[in-house]
Write a protein that binds this ligand. Structure first.
Ligand SMILES: O=C(O)C(=O)C[C@]1(C(=O)O)C=C[C@@H](O)C=C1
Length: 364
């Protein structure tokens, strides 16, 4: 467990309660676009407004944000609508500029949180500041790096911290822009139970049509909030046009969202207890089966050792994979799940055989 010195998220006169909703355009483009979008977002009952001022882009030449001239626009948003405003910071200079213009919430982006030098620079600039700071997961699926970035901010004295889960870059083709890899924020919740986690369905999906399902999944996993890109005219947005929704569409999705409670204490326990007992005994059976399978792997390892054959047999591995994935449908199991499961089993099988083969070498 990681111990952080945290305080509940709050803003002057506003306690941030689940689900925390932050919405606004990907980028501040013009003063008019920022103000009009903010008015529309506020009209839908949202209290926290986001807009990117400095935009790290993968390739040069794309719109990289308006820079500091956009900060007074956010100040006007505050004055005119009463919304609290947030933006991304990536350098000490950004922090200085944002604080000078009264920005209420800052977040560290996914490319920045992947770089400890950059996070440290931002953290140093945050010394003595106690506004909410949100730390996006690094682009690569590295939980330690994410926790490290959060620790750096916390050690600078910032206590109102939340993590933003925006998905992870992957070479695997997927319907999503960034793979959610839910097991990573789930593991973060286990490691740092008191840290709020805010999901970013816009960057996970990359497409507004897919937003709702990810929003609901985040709520079903008991995460604390959502940060969603919303633009008064998404098709005309200067960045990330396909993943932004209008404030009205946002409100429709928020209204549909089912918010479940985490506490099972006051629900009828009998059924749940019975089902959990079943799971317990099935899991024991799974373990027994794994024990048996690994014993066979070790026997194969012994055979291969005696006959001087390599452990990895790709043709057989391909056959095993193909066969198990084909059988997935018959057992009503998801292909991807079955594939992952057999990848892990194969890895462990190889590991066991390697121990058997090399025990005489005294290295294992
Ligand atoms: O069939 C083999 O040769 C095995 O070693 C078993 C096994 C497996 O666990 O299924 C493990 C390693 C090989 O790459 C292929 C398959």
């Amino acid at each position: 467990m990681v111990n952080l010195d945290l305080e509940p998220l709050s803003l002057p006169g506003l306690e941030l309660k689940r689900p925390i909703i932050i919405a606004g355009p990907c980028s501040a483009e013009t003063e008019e676009q920022v103000l009009e979008t903010a008015r529309q977002v506020a009209a839908q009952g949202v209290k926290l407004f986001r807009a990117g001022i400095w935009k790290p882009r993968t390739r040069p030449g794309a719109f990289e944000g308006v820079g500091s001239i956009g900060l007074p626009w956010l100040k006007r948003v505050k004055e005119e609508t009463g919304l609290f405003v947030g933006t991304e910071v990536a350098t000490g200079h950004h922090v200085y500029e944002a604080l000078k213009h009264g920005i209420d919430i800052l977040w560290i982006g996914a490319r920045t949180s992947a770089n400890p030098f950059a996070v440290q620079e931002v953290a140093d600039a945050l010394q003595g500041v106690n506004i909410p700071v949100l730390v996006k997961n690094p682009v690569n699926p590295d939980l330690e790096l994410w926790i490290g970035a959060i620790e750096r901010v916390n050690r600078a004295g910032v206590k109102k911290i939340a993590a933003i889960h925006r998905g992870f870059s992957s070479i695997d083709k997927s319907e999503y822009r960034n793979h959610p890899q839910w097991q990573i924020p789930i593991e973060l919740r286990r490691r740092v139970p008191n840290l709020p986690i805010i999901t970013d369905p816009s960057h996970i999906t990359g497409k507004r049509e897919l937003l709702f399902d990810v929003m609901q999944e985040a709520m079903d996993l008991n995460f604390d909030g959502l940060i969603i890109e919303s633009h008064m005219c998404p098709e005309k947005a200067w960045s990330d046009a396909s993943q932004q929704c209008t404030p009205v569409q946002l409100k429709e999705m928020l209204d549909k969202l089912v918010i479940r409670h985490h506490n099972i204490g006051d629900t009828p326990r009998v059924t749940l207890d019975q089902l959990r007992k079943k799971i317990d005994s099935l899991d024991v059976k799974l373990l027994e089966l794994m024990k048996e399978r690994m014993a066979v792997s070790e026997a194969i390892g012994k055979y291969k050792y005696e006959n001087n054959i390599t452990i990895l047999q790709t043709r057989r591995y391909d056959e095993v994979m193909k066969d198990r994935i084909e059988k997935a449908a018959k057992y009503n199991l998801d292909n991807e799940f079955v594939e992952k499961m057999f990848e892990i089993i194969h890895e462990e099988s190889i590991h066991r055989q390697s121990i058997v083969m090399n025990k005489d070498l005294g290295q294992k």
